[in-house]
Design a protein around this ligand. Structure first.
Ligand SMILES: Cc1cc2nc3c(=O)[nH]c(=O)nc-3n(C[C@H](O)[C@H](O)[C@H](O)COP(=O)(O)OP(=O)(O)OC[C@H]3O[C@@H](n4cnc5c(N)ncnc54)[C@H](O)[C@@H]3O)c2cc1C
Length: 440
């Protein structure tokens, strides 16, 4: 008997149940997906990438602590636990809310009964001349790998030729002292102080500088003052030069011009400040608030719409929430729950954010944690205990057991081994060609 291969089924074929389309497979999108696991609906998850990215650990990929695969998760694998789910790879270009359809950049369309927009945000360069062209952000896996490769290219070049590309010393400037900037600067400093000092005997670590530039007067502004001071002290002890109350006026391929006119020669500049909704959102016909984010009502429905929801970083709720993983996850879940209510003919319910606290790490056994307790109280921790909690929370919230195990092994190897025995994950370095490398 010959078995005929089944004809490919279009995503809409044979659909009778309400169709929920979720745009974006980040924290918010997957929160919405999970809330619809047992609902009597068909769900299509749409993303321009085939994988979810765990952004909170991307800086570890950029600084050779983790592999890119440790922090990414194949979105189609979500179907293993949820059979009412399909995945559609594509980049959303526009939304026809009258015709209830999503239009992709490749010209194809997808119809929906309910839509959940969870497409996140992108880097805001605040119109700083040269910033977009000459800095590296850490928003995606590709960007993290580019940064890692850029650093290793500099190191190998200097090891082979005696000097860094374009400069006798290597200065890496991190712009923005929020959690991403602090964590990145801390990880770069440890990389220089620990592993580099051993594996690059040709290089003098004193010729590599890490400068953290922040327009405000403090690092980690959302945190309590004692926690900020601890973080600043730990950064300084690791040899990070803090430039507070300092703005960036311009960035060129050669370096950074500060607000006071001073020029910092730097071939590696990391932009870790400011986010905004992507420009394409303006084409979607939805109301936009601060930073171009989509305005939603208390039940997570986009203001003025009955069947379109938005959640996560791209959405702005009536009580403004921080652009973090937990508000995104919980907001996405609420959108999913409310779609279930609507399908069942019930009224929607309002979203109430449950604050579990925030944390940031500076490096080996140094972190800060502000843990929310009942009755509006909070527990503020620093040092090893905060760092262990940070480690646990980040590993536990990763998607997939394999990623959790790989990250656990990689971070424990990195941080629990004696500091000079950590084995960095290597970056890709082009074959040594002075002319090509100079152009990077
Ligand atoms: C470097 C970094 C470090 C961070 N560290 C922390 C931390 O320590 N703790 C914390 O709580 N938060 C942290 N955050 C913030 C946290 O990652 C975000 O708040 C969270 O990811 C927001 O989730 P989201 O689902 O709204 O968006 P995202 O996670 O950004 O997901 C959006 C998804 O939409 C897809 N998408 C976008 N546009 C389109 C389109 N046009 N068509 C199709 N698909 C599209 C994207 O590919 C992506 O998969 C960090 C963020 C960054 C960048």
């Amino acid at each position: 008997m010959t078995v005929q291969p089944a004809a490919p089924r279009p995503a809409t074929a044979g659909r009778r149940r309400p169709h929920v389309v979720i745009l974006g497979g980040g924290f918010a999108g997957l929160g919405a997906v999970r809330a619809l696991r047992n609902a009597d609906v068909d769900v299509t998850l749409v993303d321009q990438r085939t994988y979810n990215t765990f952004q909170p650990l991307l800086y570890q990929v950029a600084t050779a602590g983790l592999n890119a695969g440790d922090v990414t998760f194949f979105l189609r694998a979500t179907r293993m636990k949820q059979l009412n789910l399909s995945f559609r790879h594509g980049e959303v270009d526009s939304i026809d809310s009258d015709g209830n359809s999503v239009h992709f950049t490749d010209g194809s369309t997808l119809d929906y009964d309910y839509l959940v927009i969870c497409t996140g945000v992108t880097t805001n360069y605040f119109n700083t001349p040269g910033a977009e062209e000459n800095t590296l952000a850490i928003y995606s896996r590709a960007q993290a790998l580019t940064l890692r490769d850029r650093i290793f290219t500099q190191l190998e070049h200097a090891a082979a030729s005696g000097e860094f590309i374009g400069s006798p010393e290597l200065t890496m400037v991190v712009v923005g002292a929020g959690a991403t900037g602090v964590e990145t600067a801390g990880a770069l400093a440890e990389m220089r102080n620990d592993a580099m000092a051993v594996v690059y005997p040709e290089l003098d670590p004193r010729r590599t500088h890490i400068v953290l530039v922040e327009m405000g007067g403090v690092v980690l502004p959302p945190f309590d003052n004692t926690l900020r001071e601890y973080a600043a002290k730990e950064l300084r002890e690791r040899g990070v030069e803090l430039r507070l109350n300092t703005s960036v006026k311009e960035v060129s391929a050669e370096g950074v011009t500060l607000g006071n006119g001073e020029f910092l020669p730097a071939r590696v500049v990391i932009w870790a400040t400011g986010v905004t909704a992507p420009k394409v959102v303006a084409k979607w016909g939805v109301p936009q608030g601060r930073g171009g984010r989509i305005t939603v009502d208390a039940d997570m429905r986009v203001h003025g719409f009955t069947n379109i929801f938005a959640a996560g970083d791209v959405a702005v709720t009536p009580d403004a929430l921080p652009q973090l993983a937990q508000p995104a996850l919980q907001g996405g879940k609420q959108a999913g729950k409310n779609i279930k209510h609507l399908v069942a003919g019930e009224p929607t319910t309002d979203f109430h954010y449950k604050d579990k606290g925030t944390m940031a790490t500076i490096g080996r056994r140094a972190a800060i944690a502000d843990i929310a307790l009942p009755f509006g109280k909070s527990l503020k921790l620093t040092g090893t205990l905060a760092w262990l909690i940070w480690l646990y929370v980040h590993i536990a919230t990763l998607l997939g057991n394999r990623n959790r195990m790989a990250t656990f092994v990689n971070l424990v190897t990195k941080y629990l081994a004696p500091s000079r025995r950590t084995n960095p994950i290597v970056g890709d370095v082009p074959v040594f060609d002075r002319e090509a490398v100079k152009k990077q």
